[in-house]
Ligand binder design. Structure first.
Ligand SMILES: Nc1ncnc2c1ncn2[C@@H]1O[C@H](COP(=O)(O)OP(=O)(O)O)[C@@H](O)[C@H]1O
Ligand SMILES: [Mg+2]
Length: 302
């Protein structure tokens, strides 16, 4: 994704969505299993279902749900599940990039309905940097587009680039950077907008393992600094266990939550968490939940 149009999808501008209006049954895993005080709820997903109707004679695809859960204000929530189980579909619904076939989503008490709400930012796996803009202008793009005064843009971009370790590369172009650095540019662009909810769809999926670990640490720093709520979609159990307050484990398609696991980590966690005996326990607990679902997903592809 390189052009402005794709960036609009990649980085949270208002986008219309289609609805296919199909109905579904309520799901057993609901608000009761995941209940918190109403004041703490940032996002509420109620029996959300997505059924894609291709409209070209092919059968409908029941991709997701019904799924119900809450995101608590300021938490780091990860979703792990087998390939094709509906993780990106869920993120698109929460983002307002797509409408549920049935069920409802609320962000800060208002219904999400086919538009990305103000205060919500999205980072995708794809490198969404603009090759014709330098790092500074890439990071400033969204804020300028939103009409923020230039002195405020400069202040925010300088801070974001310093925070992401990109200050020395402000005048460089994406082609001169590694894949990890380009993805940092995209995260800096999101940071400049100071979103209250960040939705990350496998943002480090294309990176090598070491860079991925470092980017995970950067994301934790960003989360602490901004106080944003984060929902991270990942297929990596390790990443989910290291980074999250809570982890939702998803079944094979149509994805529903098998369980939501609390890690119990402190807010100032980092890579040393991997040495904690509880880290291995959580990894194995989540793998036990997902193993059968991954086999099912594998079978469905064969
Ligand atoms: N626009 C679409 N039309 C039809 N099927 C789709 C569409 N988007 C996704 N799907 C299907 O929905 C299922 C879930 O997709 P997705 O949410 O991308 O999975 P994940 O992100 O967990 O890998 C997959 O079977 C996928 O092929
Ligand atoms: Mg996906």
């Amino acid at each position: 994704m390189t052009g402005p149009a794709s960036w609009m999808r990649a980085c949270f501008q208002k986008t219309s969505a289609a609805s296919n209006g199909m109905a579904s049954q309520p799901h057993a895993y609901g608000a009761t299993a995941n209940a918190v005080a109403p004041a703490e709820i940032h996002v509420q997903v109620q029996a959300a279902t997505k059924i894609f109707t291709p409209g070209d004679g092919r059968p409908p695809v029941h991709a997701l749900g019904p799924v119900s859960f809450d995101l608590r204000k300021g938490e780091f929530f990860s979703v792990v599940g087998p390939s094709g189980c509906g993780k990106s579909t869920l993120l698109d619904l929460v983002a307002g990039l797509s409408r549920p076939s049935d069920g409802e989503i609320h962000f800060e008490g208002a219904r999400v309905d086919g538009e990305v709400p103000d205060g919500v930012a999205i980072v995708f796996q794809e490198d969404a940097s603009f090759p014709w803009l330098n790092v500074f202008d890439n990071a400033a793009f969204g804020a300028r587009r939103n009409g923020l005064p230039e002195n405020e843009v400069r202040e925010r971009v300088d801070h974001a680039l310093a925070f992401m370790g990109l200050a020395d590369f402000a005048r460089a172009y994406p082609a001169q950077l590694s894949g990890g650095m380009r993805q940092r540019v995209c995260i800096a662009r999101v940071m400049v907008l100071r979103p209250r909810l960040m939705l990350l769809d496998e943002p480090f999926g294309a990176l090598d393992q070491q860079t991925r670990l470092l980017m995970g640490e950067e994301t934790l720093k960003l989360w602490r600094e901004t106080g944003s709520t984060i929902m991270l979609i990942t297929h990596s159990i390790d990443e989910a266990v290291l980074l999250s307050d809570r982890i939702g484990t998803m079944s094979a398609r149509p994805g529903t939550f098998i369980d939501v696991v609390e890690t119990g980590w402190s807010r100032d966690r980092g890579s040393e968490t991997t040495m904690d005996p509880h880290y291995g326990v959580l990894q194995s607990q989540i793998w036990q939940m997902l193993r059968g679902e991954s086999l099912k997903a594998l079978g469905a592809q064969q």
